[in-house]
Structures are given as structure tokens and as C-alpha cells.
Design a protein around this ligand. Structure first.
Ligand SMILES: Cc1cc2nc3c(=O)[nH]c(=O)nc-3n(C[C@H](O)[C@H](O)[C@H](O)COP(=O)(O)OP(=O)(O)OC[C@H]3O[C@@H](n4cnc5c(N)ncnc54)[C@H](O)[C@@H]3O)c2cc1C
Length: 427
């Protein structure tokens, strides 16, 4: 049987492992943490949002970013300390501006395909992930942001998404808990939310029952690839061991860049830090006063999701500060203030802060496909949409593996792949 190693047990690694197993492969899943979903897939915004498929590669983002760099508490923070990785990534981000339209349309298509696949996996594997199927409402307090959303809507519609404009009255009808004045909104009924950590750990347990080997608490330290096999050396508690596989899939989040470099590939992932707070809705009044509809405030760059009766997640901000996971009070405070502004009766006494690093490519398209070496594959770099896109890119990479002659000896069997979608890029 063909043996495949998957590096990383975040949402992309676990969904990839599951899609490979669906095709009959023997999978070993590695993670340096003792459990699945302990890094960026731990406490994100929770949105499965085709309506947030717009890529950020626009001149207006660049100008707004420059303004925000001078503003305390703004959604963007850049550590000005010189770093080749940071500034070269930013140069590539600007160079990708001409692809803004095409990449936004393509991301929308992928996100729509992913939503069905994600639900299907959860149903088939039989676990709960606090899914709230109530749509996502984008809210706007000024005309300029609303007008931009109207422009974006044309691209989302081209990608196949049905998202409709709503007047201020309807904003309040859709989410009666919201307080404040709005210019308008956009509502996407087909989007939904869920707890990424519950999903990833639920799926990891299910694939383990199905025969996957979970090597958690192990650090993949060395990789050697030749014509016949991949030799992977891992270490745990000062002991190391080497195992051989027919192929590997790299799903290592922000570490994917360093691993790819060792394998002769360039995967220019930058760690774009974000924060969340999980507001504990301990009392009945807070439970009543918190929204059930998922919100996206485009101006503040804040997303929200209700995770069951007693948790309300608020996430946002982008920080360019390398692989730094410090939780800064001045970045958490705006999220708490946002909650108090729009939901004044929700108690923020117990708001659990968290920081994570989005593995982001400069053109904002995930790296999905084969590396320069035949036995090496990638499914990584999903940036701000890793939860949304995970189920579809897992299918795409598993399908690429199945079609690879080197791994299978002959062309492998393929099951229902979304062959029309494009995320693979030449390495
Ligand atoms: C604040 C915030 C809000 C977000 N909100 C949303 C949202 O609402 N919707 C959405 O779609 N996306 C959202 N995202 C993005 C999404 O969370 C990420 O894209 C996704 O979690 C990335 O998953 P991953 O599997 O690629 O990476 P990770 O979850 O980071 O997993 C990578 C794993 O690889 C392991 N690893 C790395 N190197 C090695 C090694 N050498 N050996 C062993 N193991 C290794 C790590 O330990 C880690 O567990 C948000 C992100 C943030 C930060």
C-alpha cells in the first residue's frame, strides 16, 4: 500500500489526511504539538465565508495600510524593524495587484465548493463542531465602505455567490441584537460558522479510528527525498527515529516556508498575526444580548461567530511582526471595545484572548500541488481563509497525489475531484 506522511495537524493537515485515506492511502500524520489544532487552527474567527473571498491585493489596501501604520489601535500593525522576508513579501504582494480580480473570483469558487465538502466530511465522520447555519452579515457604517462592497459583489457573483444588499432596517431585522446606526449591509445566507478546533480534533480522532497513525508531540527534523522514497526523521523527547514513505504532503502552516526551502521549493508564506477573544456568555442576559448571526465589520476588519449558547468569538487585526505569538493588550482591547460598542449588554468580564499566525502567500492564493520533487506535495498558505478553503484544497491535493505516476507506480484511482478549480501554481 502507498504510505504518505502529512506534516502538520492543523485544519489543512487533518483534512488532507482524511481525503488521502478516502482514496485508499495509508497515512501518518505528524505534529510537534501533543494534540491536533494547537496552532493557528485553535481559536480563529470561525467563519466559513465565501463572502470574505476578496483578496487584499489592491492599491487602496496599500494606502490604507500606510495610514493605519500611524494610527494607534488600527486593524493593521507593522513592526518597522528591517526584515528581508517581510519587505520582499510585501513587494510580491504589490506585484500581485494585477491578479486581484481573477484571484478573488477563483477564491469565491473554491470557497463555495469547500462549504459542501466540509459539511459532508463532518456528517460522514459523525462529529459536532458547533455549526451555526444562519448566514454571514457584512455591516457598514459609512457609504464609502458600502460602495466598495458593491464593487466586490460583482466579483463574488462572477464566482457564483449569491450575496444581497440590505437596508439599515433589514440589518437590524436579520440580527436584532445589534445596536448602533448602519449605512447598510450585505447578507450571504449560504455562509455559515463553526468551531475550527472542534472540527479538526473531531476529524483527527475519527481518522485515527479509521487507521491513520497520529505521531503527535514529534518534530519533523529532516527530510531526504530520492527516486524511490522519502526518508523522514522525527524527534520526540530527545529521541529521534527515521521512517520511510512513498510521498509527503506539507501542511505545516507558517513553518511551510522553511520546510519547502529544504526540499528545493519556494513557498513564500509570511506569518500574519491575528487576535481573537472568546467572550464567555455565562449569564442569561449576555446569552440573549449576543448575536447568533455571524458578522463581518469590513471597516474594523472584525469577524464574529457564535459558538453554541455560551461562547461568542470576535477576531481580527493583521500584524506583520515575524513568528511572534505575544498577546498584546493594545491589540486585544479594540476587540473588547468593539463588542461593548455593538453589544452593550454582553458582559466582557470573561473574554479569553488568543493570538495566531495566518500562513499567508503574497498573492493570497494557497499553494496546492506538487513540488519540484515528484514525491513532495503542498497544501498550505491559506492565509485568512484556511478554515473556509480547507475541505476543497484537501480534495485537490489528494487528487494530485492520486494522479502522480511516481507515487502510485501507475496513475492512481481518483474519486470526485473538483478538477475545474485552480489553486495549484507552478512551483
Ligand atoms: C485571528 C484569526 C482569525 C481567523 N479567522 C478565520 C475565519 O474566520 N475563517 C477562515 O476561513 N480562516 C480564518 N483564519 C485563518 C485560519 O485559521 C488559518 O488559515 C488556518 O487555521 C491555517 O491552518 P493550517 O493547518 O494551515 O496551519 P496550523 O493550524 O498552524 O497547522 C500547522 C501545524 O503544523 C505543525 N508543524 C509545523 N512544522 C512542523 C514540524 N517541523 N514538525 C511537526 N509539526 C510541524 C504545527 O505544529 C501546526 O500544528 C483566521 C486566522 C487568525 C489568526
Amino acid at each position: 500500500m502507498t504510505r504518505i506522511a502529512v506534516i502538520g495537524a492543523g485544519i489543512t493537515g487533518v483534512t488532507t489526511a482524511s481525503s488521502l485515506m478516502d482514496r485508499g492511502y495509508e497515512v501518518t500524520l505528524f505534529d510537534r504539538n501533543r494534540y491536533a489544532a494547537m496552532q493557528t487552527s485553535f481559536a480563529n474567527g470561525g467563519q466559513l465565508s465565501a463572502s470574505n473571498a476578496e483578496t487584499w491585493n489592491r492599491w487602496s489596501t496599500v494606502f490604507k495600510g500606510m495610514k493605519w501604520m500611524m494610527t494607534r489601535g488600527a486593524p493593521l500593525l507593522v513592526n518597522p524593524k528591517p526584515s528581508w522576508h517581510k519587505y520582499s513579501w510585501m513587494a510580491e504582494f504589490v506585484a500581485s495587484i494585477p491578479q486581484y480580480r481573477a484571484n478573488t473570483v477563483e477564491t469565491t469558487r473554491m470557497a463555495i465548493a469547500a462549504r459542501g465538502l466540509l459539511r459532508e466530511k463532518a456528517e460522514r465522520h459523525g462529529f459536532d463542531f458547533d455549526c451555526e447555519d444562519r448566514g454571514i452579515l457584512h455591516i457598514y457604517t459609512n457609504k464609502a465602505e458600502f460602495d466598495h462592497a458593491t464593487e466586490v459583489n460583482k466579483l463574488l457573483a462572477e464566482g457564483g455567490l449569491d450575496r444581497r444588499a440590505v437596508a439599515p432596517d433589514e440589518v437590524r431585522q436579520i440580527e436584532p441584537a445589534l445596536s448602533g446606526d448602519f449605512y447598510g449591509g450585505y447578507y450571504t445566507e449560504s455562509d455559515f460558522t463553526g468551531d475550527i478546533h472542534r472540527y479538526t480534533t473531531g476529524l483527527a480522532k475519527s481518522i485515527e479510528r479509521g487507521g491513520a497513525v497520529l505521531r503527535f508531540g514529534t518534530d519533523v527534523a529532516a527530510l531526504n527525498v530520492d527516486q524511490n522514497e522519502v526518508r523522514l526523521t522525527w524527534s520526540r523527547n530527545n529521541e529521534s527515529q527515521t521512517e520511510t514513505f512513498d510521498a509527503i504532503v506539507v501542511c505545516a502552516g507558517v513553518e511551510s516556508r522553511a520546510i519547502a526551502a529544504r526540499l528545493g521549493d519556494r513557498v513564500n508564506v509570511y506569518p500574519v498575526k491575528g487576535y481573537s477573544i472568546t467572550v464567555r456568555l455565562d449569564d442569561e442576559e449576555s446569552q440573549r444580548a449576543a448575536p447568533w448571526i455571524s458578522l463581518l465589520d469590513d471597516e474594523a476588519k472584525v469577524v464574529t461567530s457564535r459558538l453554541g449558547k455560551d461562547r461568542f468569538r470576535i477576531a481580527g487585526t493583521a500584524e506583520f511582526n515575524g513568528c511572534n505569538l505575544d498577546i498584546r493588550d493594545d491589540r486585544i482591547r479594540p476587540l473588547v471595545k468593539w463588542c461593548e460598542r455593538f453589544f452593550p449588554s454582553v458582559s466582557t468580564e470573561h473574554a479569553i484572548p488568543w493570538a495566531g499566525l495566518r500562513p499567508m502567500m503574497p498573492n493570497m492564493m494557497p499553494k496546492v500541488g506538487q513540488g519540484v520533487r515528484d514525491r513532495v506535495f503542498y497544501n498550505t498558505g491559506h492565509g485568512h481563509l484556511g478554515w473556509t478553503l480547507s475541505a476543497v484544497t484537501a480534495e485537490m491535493v489528494a487528487e494530485t497525489v492520486a494522479k502522480s505516476r511516481t507515487v502510485n507506480g501507475s496513475n492512481g484511482a481518483s474519486v470526485g475531484a473538483p478538477a475545474t478549480l485552480r489553486a495549484q501554481e507552478a512551483m
